[in-house]
Design a protein around this ligand. Structure first.
Ligand SMILES: NC(=O)c1ccc[n+]([C@@H]2O[C@H](COP(=O)([O-])OP(=O)(O)OC[C@H]3O[C@@H](n4cnc5c(N)ncnc54)[C@H](O)[C@@H]3O)[C@@H](O)[C@H]2O)c1
Length: 355
């Protein structure tokens, strides 16, 4: 890693990307180790007849993805990805996971190898070699050291300065490089408590599975099942998350990691507050497709839960494990195979945990 001051580039500028830009932009002003300007790569689009980058750089607000929150003036929106990352010492990846291959391919070779990365992206990738973590994709494609940040962090609440916790995990094996402590300083605020952990294997990045459970929770809300049923979805979903991690993670998976903010807390907040829950509730009530609702309700934000359920479904099917994950399977089949939403309840009643 380069000597100070370290230049930070945020790769992404959606809802979470912009909330994080607010934190990082403010924190670097008080941390000598970091350069005072933070670049933020923005996927350019026109909003109310103006370029989004111009709006951010002049009005200091991402009016499309995080309206109502001023960004610090030292956060500079850059529309050209290669230009944004070219001299970065620290890359913060925060884009919807479906774009990760494209982004990495575009910047590989343009970022100094000594750069450090952190991914805030939820999701897993299901390629020809099976399941892959987003952190592994970035590490393999770009050859940089990469950590992971996950937690019970709904972007609008973090941006509003409401207290929450998050977890930074060093996904790499081997001795600690101390880089996660640096990342902790970059992210920590009095209202964002950051715990640093060194995880065995690659368990924590799999927490994107909670978005599948959140879709199940949203179905129950749409069916007006009540909180007891939703608690059953959360519990059984957690059991499937743990089982999935134990089967698919390299190395030993400690159940204790599920008690961190990136585990059970993230699961709870996503099942009560996130966009996946919200759209799934509307799906159950309106009968519209997931794609229609994503367009209608999210103003360009991306859903993760249904797509992750499809990726997980294909992996489980290939391994002959569908019957061990009835909740994940039901979410996929309701979203994409025309099964009735009430299938969610049948799946709870006949879950292997109850037999
Ligand atoms: N929003 C949250 O509360 C939250 C919290 C924790 C983690 N996350 C995770 O953070 C990641 C980023 O989510 P977000 O909420 O910042 O994004 P978002 O869904 O709010 O916004 C979508 C982003 O994708 C960009 N985009 C659209 N088309 C694109 C294309 N073709 N190529 C590249 N980019 C394109 C848009 O410009 C926008 O910045 C996701 O993995 C999400 O699960 C989100």
């Amino acid at each position: 890693m380069a000597a100070a001051p370290l230049k930070v580039c945020i790769v992404g500028s959606g809802n979470w990307g912009s909330a994080v830009a607010k934190i990082i932009g403010n924190n670097v002003k008080n941390l000598q180790k970091f350069a005072s300007t933070v670049k933020m790569w923005v996927f350019e689009e026109t909003v109310n007849g103006r370029k989004l980058t111009d709006i951010i750089n002049n009005d200091h607000e991402n009016v499309k993805y995080l309206p109502g929150h001023k960004l610090p003036e030292n956060v500079v929106a850059v529309p050209n990805l290669s230009e944004a990352v070219q001299d970065a010492d620290l890359l913060v990846f925060v884009i919807p996971h479906q774009f990760i291959h494209k982004i990495c391919d575009e910047i590989t070779g343009k970022v100094p190898k000594k750069a450090l990365g952190i991914t805030l992206i939820k999701g897993i990738d299901e390629g020809p070699e099976g399941l892959k973590l987003i952190s592994d994709i970035i590490r393999e494609k770009m050859g940089i050291d990469i950590s992971v940040l996950m937690g019970a962090n709904i972007a609008s609440e973090v941006a509003a300065g409401k207290f929450c916790e998050t977890t930074i995990g060093e996904a790499a094996e081997g001795p600690s490089t101390g880089s996660t402590q640096l990342l902790q300083k970059l992210m920590q605020t009095p209202n964002l408590s950051v715990t640093v952990m060194k995880y065995p294997g690659s368990a924590p990045p799999l927490w994107s599975l909670q978005n599948i459970v959140a879709v199940g929770a949203g179905f129950c809300d749409g069916l007006r099942c009540g909180d007891n049923t939703k608690a059953a979805v959360i519990r059984l979903g957690l059991m499937e998350m743990i089982a999935f991690a134990k089967i698919f993670c390299k190395g030993q998976v400690s159940t204790a990691t599920f008690l961190e903010s990136c585990g059970v807390a993230d699961l709870i907040t996503t099942c009560y507050g996130g966009r996946n829950r919200k759209v799934a509730e509307a799906f159950a009530r309106t009968g519209k497709t997931i794609e229609e609702l994503e367009k209608e309700m999210l103003n360009g934000q991306k859903l993760q839960g249904p797509q992750t359920s499809a990726e997980v479904y294909r992996i489980l099917k290939q391994k002959g494990l569908l019957d061990k994950f009835p909740l994940f399977t039901a979410v996929y089949q309701i979203c994409y195979e025309g099964k009735p939403v009430t299938e969610m309840l049948s799946c709870l009643q006949s879950h292997p945990e109850h037999i």
